[in-house]
Design a protein around this ligand. Structure first.
Ligand code: 3PG
Ligand code: MG
Length: 382
């Protein structure tokens, strides 16, 4: 794989660089609530600018349906990118400047099309913006999309600094690193995490499970989970995992429940055998946090993906906060994977330098750890 340093040593002054970034940031209306993904691409962008390149940046935002939708415009991202760069950023197709950001790639159906011809046609349009292609969109490398896969075949292609760093860091989690190796998984669905559990279970010493997905495991253990999130069709799978992962898989022993997900919700903290029939479990409880923290305290390698509860609402943030803080105290190699967990860290005000690495990729980091081929990486390797 050729890297950005290879491109810089070839010389890039006056050349047009087409840069794929993952600027898919969380928005509240037109306010960016976490600009981590924009900041993560600055090293690559600044290196290109300092070397005299003219850069056209492209990204997706959200999941518009292949046609323009003002709700998903990248305009607020262009403004923030300009602030962070301290330089003007032209926006849209007609942009003329040292740095231009194209409008949301997913406004064109060709970007995500399953039809190779449609994708290739769109990739041709994109390739017209550059003499070379740099991919720094780690969060999107698991997508076989025109801007991450097809366009690489049309231009000389290089990995950006972020992609290179993510691959280097995550590779340390797939082999035999320093033990104990503890993985913490949360988030809402077991089905989303099944492949990574299968891949990591043989390698880890402990697998701690929280978040909405823990209720399907608790059900598999024989507990009633009230109105909590439950994937009925996954209960048998969870039973099997609990058997195979005996001694490794650790579930919460208490949870925080309420009848509604709101900032004003009246909460109860109950043992997992006493979840009230009419309530939903929305966070792991304090006893679970201290048990998880105790296990993490001895870890040498940690990977964490997925919040422990509905951290966006104050009554349910303590589990995610407690686990995040426990990870910052680990004397070892610690990686936060994923859009949601990374956003949680920043939203809860936990210092980012408390972790060895915070990945910008949610699905991408999981698929990498699953051992899947990532189309955006494969395309750079040819
Ligand atoms: C992400 O947020 O996980 C990436 O930006 C990819 O977005 P997608 O899941 O909509 O393809
Ligand atoms: Mg995603």
């Amino acid at each position: 794989m050729k890297t950005l340093d290879d491109l810089l040593s070839e010389g890039v002054a006056g050349r047009r660089v087409l840069l794929r970034a993952d600027l898919n940031v969380p928005l509240d209306g037109d306010k960016i609530t976490d600009d981590g993904r924009i900041r993560a691409v600055l090293p690559t962008l600044n290196a290109l600018r300092e070397a005299g390149a003219r850069v056209t940046v492209m990204s997706h935002l959200g999941r518009p349906k292949g046609a323009p939708d003002p709700k998903y415009t990248l305009a607020p991202v262009a403004a923030r990118l300009g602030e962070l760069l301290g330089a003007p950023v032209a926006f849209g197709d007609s942009g003329e400047g040292d740095v231009t950001l194209l409008e949301n790639l997913r406004f064109n159906a060709g970007e995500t099309s399953k039809d190779e011809g449609e994708r290739k046609a769109f990739a041709q349009e994109l390739a017209a913006h550059g003499d070379v292609y740099v991919d720094d969109a780690f969060g999107a490398v698991h997508r076989k999309h025109a801007s991450v896969y097809d366009v690489a075949a049309l231009l000389p292609h290089y990995s950006g600094y972020l992609v290179a760093k993510e691959l280097e860091v995550l590779s340390k989690l797939t082999g035999v690193g320093e033990r104990p190796y503890v993985v913490v998984l949360g988030g809402s669905k077991v089905s989303d995490k099944l492949a990574v559990i299968e891949a990591l279970l043989p390698k880890v010493d402990k697998l701690l499970i929280g978040g909405g997905m823990c209720f399907t495991f608790l059900k598999a253990q024989g507990h009633e989970v009230g109105k909590s999130l439950l994937q009925d069709e996954m209960v048998d799978t969870c039973k099997d995992l609990l058997q195979r992962g005996a001694g490794k898989i650790v579930l919460p022993t208490d949870v925080v429940t309420a009848t509604e997900i709101s900032d004003e919700a009246a909460t109860k903290t109950v043992g997992i055998a006493e979840i009230p029939a009419g309530e939903l479990g929305l966070d792991i409880g304090p006893q679970s946090v201290s048990e998880f923290a105790g296990i993490l305290a001895g870890a040498k390698t940690v990977f964490w993906n997925g919040p422990m509860g509905v951290f966006e609402k104050r009554p349910f943030e303590a589990g995610t906060r407690g686990v995040a803080e426990a990870i910052t105290k680990v004397d070892g190699f610690t990686v936060v994977g994923g859009g949601d967990s990374a956003a949680a860290v920043r939203a809860l005000g936990i210092p980012e330098d408390g972790f060895s690495h915070i990945s910008t990729g949610g699905g991408a980091s999981l698929e990498f750890l699953e051992g899947k081929a990532l189309p955006g990486i494969t395309a750079l390797e040819v």
